[in-house]
Design a protein around this ligand. Structure first.
Ligand SMILES: [Zn+2]
Length: 48
């Protein structure tokens, strides 16, 4: 029932939440900790 996913930043390795609609959309995720934009496939871990 979760409306968010947890995604790990490939640069700083911190985890933050994102909208599950981001998955498969081709949009880049934005890390709020190190201000990095990265693609879904670049993340070392995504917990859906
Ligand atoms: Zn980061």
């Amino acid at each position: 029932m979760g409306q968010t996913i947890e995604i790990t930043c490939p640069k700083c390795q911190k985890t933050f939440v994102a909208n599950p609609h981001m998955i498969g959309s081709g949009m880049n995720f934005h890390c709020p900790f190190c201000d990095t934009y990265f693609a879904e496939k670049e993340s070392p871990k995504i917990r859906k």
